[in-house]
Design a binder for this molecule. Sequence first.
Ligand code: ADP
Ligand code: MG
Length: 471
Amino acid sequence: MENSLDESAERDCYVVWERCLQDIRQKLDLQAYKTWFEPIRPKILEGKQLTIEVPSKFFYEYLEENFVSIMREAMNNTLGEDSQLLYSLRIEDGSFGSNAPQNQNNILINGEIKVNKEMSQERFQELYVETPLNFNYTFDNFIEGSCNRLARSAGYAVAQKPGTTAFNPLMLYGGVGLGKTHLMQAIGNYAKNQDGNRKVVYVSVDKFTSQFVNYMKNNDLATFRSFYEHIDVLLIDDVQFLAGKEATQDIFFHIFNHLQQGGKQIVMTSDCPLIELKGLTDRLLSRFKWGLSADLQQPDTETRMAIIQKKLQDKNIELDTNVVDYLTNAVDSNVRELEGAINALLHYSVNNILITLDIAKQIVQSLVQSSDENKEVSIDEVIKTVSEYFGVTVEELRDKTRKKEIVIARQIAMYFAKEYTSYSLKSIGYQFGGRDHSTVIHAIQSVSDYMLEGKEIKRFIEEIEKKFKKR
Ligand code: ADP
Ligand code: MG
């Protein structure tokens, strides 16, 4: 009886499961064993396949996450190599509620779950790598002021206790460049630093949508959904872009519910308050209202001053008070523009040019002008226009491919991003697969050089420029 079971026992799933439990019991402390293994019921034994019934989806996930190797070993010892463990969900369990969407249960029934789970584990990392946090966005370097106090403190509360405050979802809203993305990522970074095992994912709605479409094409939505349903803190940026995307809204609705019910944290941003969000289904909007909405407003004078001082301090650069005062008053629209102006000034002082008030005025005015003229171009539009022109995909431009055609297209996209948007070099780099600002400088320099040399690129640039002008 050591290595094989006799005929009658083989038919009996109870016997098999009991043998597995003997194995498992030796490897766990009593409390864990009682909590996680006593509620399990063996259901069906078919060949080397044992189906066990678990009380809830959460239970199953917990088992998979914490005891999968112990269970696999016990199964192999009992049924031999290539044994298989399948799960079935106890349907009458209240945790889903009777009005749960039908397909939510289906994923969990018997054989299917195994397949989904394995695929998702395999790709989990892949998707996880695609959705990184930007470690530069922290609470420490987020300057607090009356314009952002509520949002910041709600964010901080959520970061300390994700999923357990009343602020779930937390919706941060406000105009461009006011710090929504920064604050949201600060929450993620804080939660992750507190507990490295937490699965924290940052994703823009654009990226979420394109991932969704890809998985749909590959007929593998279960993997997509399973990935997002395994997250502890989901940061989803710019939900206004969900407008009109019904299928994306639909899957997001299910993911949202799943995370909410499982006590996982959701943080969202939007460029307007909930009541002004257009093109979203009522059921999604009503979910969004469950938590807290906090707005970010235009920075007041004190906050602008503090941001400038912090920047200068970080770079260890001193500017004349006149210049600082001028800057504080000249750029009052949003923090992103202010940062752009500071960076431009810093660029000069790094090159040992003394920044006088006159020089500062010149620099700032040219910046403000160019961003006014081209106000409506977003970085997404730049990327889209350039990718269409060269016949490459948006993803190729955004990621790390080194193919020559793509490298050049990407450099041109970076060049236009700098010309047409007010993003800093750093954030442009970040938009292109997390590159650093020196890569962006190099790209811009290369494009300028090519143009001077009168290469073909000059024509590309001129033609693409026309597309922007036509808009
Ligand atoms: P949004 O997502 O609202 O468009 P971002 O979060 O991208 O804005 O912020 C734009 C830039 O301004 C970022 O570089 C960010 O670090 C900076 N920023 C915004 N608010 C603050 C703040 N309160 N303190 C420091 N930096 C800020
Ligand atoms: Mg943003």
